[in-house]
Design a protein around this ligand. Sequence first.
Ligand SMILES: *Cc1c(COP(=O)(O)O)cnc(C)c1O
Length: 366
Amino acid sequence: MRTRLESRLSGLTGRPHCVLTGRGAAAIWLALKAFAERAPERTGVILPVTLCTSPPAVVIHAGLNPVFCDTDPETGNLCPKAFSKLLAERDDILCVLAAHLYGEPADMPAIAAACDRSGVFLVEDAAQALGADGIGTYGDVTILSFGHTKIVEAGGGGAALTRDPVLAAAMQRKADALPEKSPKASAWAETYRSTYYAAQSVWDGSPEAKEWVGAVCRAEPGLYLYRLAEGQTGLILSAVERLDAEIAGRRERAKAYDRAFAGMGTPLKRTGAGVPWRYGLMLTSDVRDAAATALREAGIDASCWYPSCAPFFGDRGQYPGGEAIERGILNLWVDDRADEARIERSAAIVSNVLTGAAANGGRQYG
Ligand SMILES: *Cc1c(COP(=O)(O)O)cnc(C)c1O
């Protein structure tokens, strides 16, 4: 079953070598550790500042330093200008992690060309984008996740894929040495969750609160680093079998959101090559929180991901693109819970909030 899953994932990415792990984050760690053996004098890993906390956390657990790069507020992906500048001014960069955030491909041809010129490794983080066009084409390693809310959701699992047999063997050796997932790892995951939400309720105006979350990320590598449980293999395989229908459904539902939300906010840019992970809508910061609250009160899940990741790891630099996303983003679900009626109802709720804010001259939510 393991071999069948490996071949299936190799087929989907065009990368013949597949190393399975317990999480996507562990897959990133395997790649970083293997790169570090080849270029031990380099310790910096460039990451987009709009990201969940697990990639920078495993950079630290690999003994390396996260170097954040601003993102493009139209997509959430690496800002090409900020990226070229950063790569040109640093000589300590080992690797770049380019994520296809919200399922929309980053500009991989340009990023890969810049990495080649600088002799820097490139990880394609496709944790939110399995099934997007062109996945696996650029970079040294593609990583996938089968965790909660991913496109192929199996309750956990990750993979690192490559065309380089030597790199694959190095990653496989490290994967084989990882422990099984322990009850402690689950307890740490719960600690992370509760710390995150506790910190979130106070971090506006108190950036220190974000560092509590970062402290949990740093505390225990076992939160991220474990091997794939045998029982997950079948679950991932059957979820992968539904991938084509999943992609088609998500693309259709994103279009339905476009129609229902026309004139409200600005949707994140989509080229059609991506697989929407969630529907992203940029609102002005005075109404975004009110819109999210109104949706949740009506029983509709909404998220505001991602806040800029740098402050969690003690970096208080300026990232205007990432900060614009942090203030403006509203994400709505595009999985099969989001039927036409729910999409229409979501739009009506947000429309009400916008109308109320306009009638109050913005004061109500200011
Ligand atoms: C979820 C995610 C990861 C990590 O995957 P896990 O399986 O949760 O460890 C990495 N990068 C991105 C962009 C993700 O969304």
